[in-house]
Design a binder for this molecule. Structure first.
Ligand code: KIV
Length: 273
């Protein structure tokens, strides 16, 4: 039975997520970028839908998340919000729309909330964006942090390898998580860091910590939906568990359609007026 068939449908709020962490119930989070996919994820019962700037990669075919614009994020988020009845919808503020100063950050967050109807925003970084995080929160907009491998900084890192393996980077990550918690963020995504460090962070902050490539000892997990459904082809990092092979299923369906069109098998009499 899907959650929408159940009579006690309860919307996921940041407060609900906090309660889940409190009772040790794991939080599920997946990305979505459009109405149809978001409707499937919401009906299946995923707790958080992230309109990630990974849309830049999986929807637009860019190599990095940097090119996607605020207008494009709002477009993706609007479709997602229209489909959702239960999940919390979090939207990435894209590269170049919050790093300048806190006024720009606030303006971008407000545009996302007002124009898409989303429930929260996500930003990458720690102490260096503290002022912006505080400013967005002061307007009543829930903020989620993102530490570890932060794809908007890929040209600073130079590679997509595991972050914070060395003590100094791990120490800064722990301190940044504390900063985000103290600012009032409702959660933090930790991407591609050692599992031991992720556990340390999750144990040391009171807010939910959601991992991607951060091991099992955090409060929840997030994956890019096209990766876990097997739609993307080449991206197969160690942390990815593929739950379906939709690329093969879809390819076979399209090949069968082409064959039926070419052989005049489709449409049949029953499929005609
Ligand atoms: O943009 C995205 O999909 C993300 C997840 C990888 C956490 O930020």
């Amino acid at each position: 039975m899907s959650v929408h068939q159940s009579s006690n449908l309860k919307r996921i709020t940041t407060h609900v997520l906090q309660e889940m962490k409190g009772r040790g119930e794991k939080i599920s989070m997946l990305t979505a970028y459009d109405f149809s996919m978001a409707g499937i994820l919401d009906a299946a019962g995923v707790d958080i839908i992230l309109v990630g700037d990974s849309a830049s990669n999986v929807m637009a075919g860019h190599e990095t998340t940097l090119p996607i614009t605020l207008d494009q994020m709002i477009y993706h988020a609007s479709g997602v919000v229209r489909a959702v009845k239960r999940s919390l919808v979090v939207v990435d503020i894209p590269f170049g729309s919050y790093q300048g100063n806190s006024t720009e950050a606030l303006r971008s967050a407000i545009r996302i909330m007002k124009e898409s109807g989303a429930h929260a925003v996500k930003v990458e970084g720690g102490s260096e964006i503290k002022e912006s995080v505080v400013r967005i929160l002061s307007a009543g907009v829930p903020v989620m942090g993102h530490l570890g491998l932060t794809p908007q900084s890929i040209y600073k890192f130079g590679t997509y390898t595991v972050r914070a393996k060395e003590d100094d980077e791990a120490g800064k990550l722990i301190a940044d998580a504390k900063v985000l918690e103290e600012c009032g963020c409702f959660g933090i995504v930790l991407e591609k860091i050692p599992a031991k460090l992720a556990k340390q962070v999750a144990d040391n902050v009171s807010i939910p910590v959601i991992g991607i490539g951060a091991g099992p000892d955090v409060d929840g997990q997030v994956l890019v939906v096209h990766d876990m459904l097997g739609i993307t082809q080449e991206f197969k990092p160690r942390f990815l568990r593929q739950y379906a092979d939709l690329r093969s299923t879809m390819t076979e369906a399209v090949e069968n359609y082409i064959k039926d069109v070419k052989t005049n098998d489709f449409p049949s009499k029953k499929e005609s007026y």
